[in-house]
Design a protein. Structure first.
Length: 255
């Protein structure tokens, strides 16, 4: 399960406490990095708008580029173990590796639009979502992708797709203004109504019952009943919208 939401919360709180973030390679290269994924504290990958994939094996101290075989924009990355992973991006791009990224092989998605998020529950079952309500599902590691579609307010794309832990048949998909739920492996989808939600950027479930939705304007929405009644169970939490950093001496975090 991806940890973007957890990372965002951690960063927000950390920045309030002290400034201990240092710039890591790859140094600015005129590109925009879109996603990052670590399988452990050392091994991770990052993807950018230029079709470049970077890998680190020492926690980000050093990064090396890997050949993706494409110049299409790469937007989301997911790994199920240290060997097997997928990347999605523009023009329906889906790439797969089974050897830590030494080789990336293009997969036929059947889509031509942007794909904004990819998430696999194991080496076989995975989902990708994108613009115009595009939803793709595979049960064989991406050899074949089945296309689903839901009605959304075009042109707002699907931004994230998330499984209920240990139950991949229950899936949440978010876009800019809506949150959709499927309890039957994507065959049918139901729009969930959450009051005051402005943009549903990210969805994370920490277990079979507890989940979070990251919204615009620094809002988090919470459920503790598997999201089945997320509209009535949701609670709004305001994250800090600004912060100030001060130098102090001695610095307990950098003596």
């Amino acid at each position: 399960m991806k940890t973007r939401l957890t990372l965002l919360i951690t960063i927000s709180l950390t920045m309030l406490l002290h400034a201990q973030w240092s710039w890591q390679n790859p140094l600015p290269n005129g590109s925009t990095f879109n996603d990052i994924y670590f399988v452990d504290s050392n091994i991770g990958w990052a993807v950018d708008f230029n079709g470049t994939i970077f890998k680190t094996a020492n926690g980000g101290a050093n990064w090396k580029s890997q050949s993706s075989g494409t110049t299409n924009q790469l937007i989301s990355i997911d790994f199920t173990n240290s060997n097997t992973g997928w990347v999605v991006g523009s023009n329906g791009t889906i790439l797969r590796t089974t050897n830590c990224g030494s080789n990336w092989i293009s997969q036929s998605s059947g889509a031509t639009n942007y794909l904004f998020s990819v998430n696999f529950t194991d080496v076989n079952i995975g989902w990708a979502v994108g613009s115009n309500g595009t939803i793709l599902r595979t049960t064989n590691g991406g050899t074949n992708w089945q296309k689903y579609s839901i009605q959304v307010a075009s042109p707002y794309p699907g931004l994230d797709v998330e499984f209920i832990p240990n139950n991949p048949g229950k899936i949440w998909m978010s876009n800019h203004y809506d949150l959709f739920y499927s309890g039957d492996s994507g065959k049918t989808w139901t729009k969930q109504n959450i009051q005051n939600i402005t943009s549903a950027f990210d969805v994370v479930f920490t277990n079979d019952r507890v989940g979070w939705v990251l919204s615009g304007n620094g809002n988090l929405f919470y459920t503790n009943n598997c999201g089945g009644l997320i509209s009535s169970a949701a609670r709004e939490i305001n994250l800090p919208t600004n912060f100030e950093l001060y130098q102090n001496y001695p610095n307990p975090f950098n003596p």
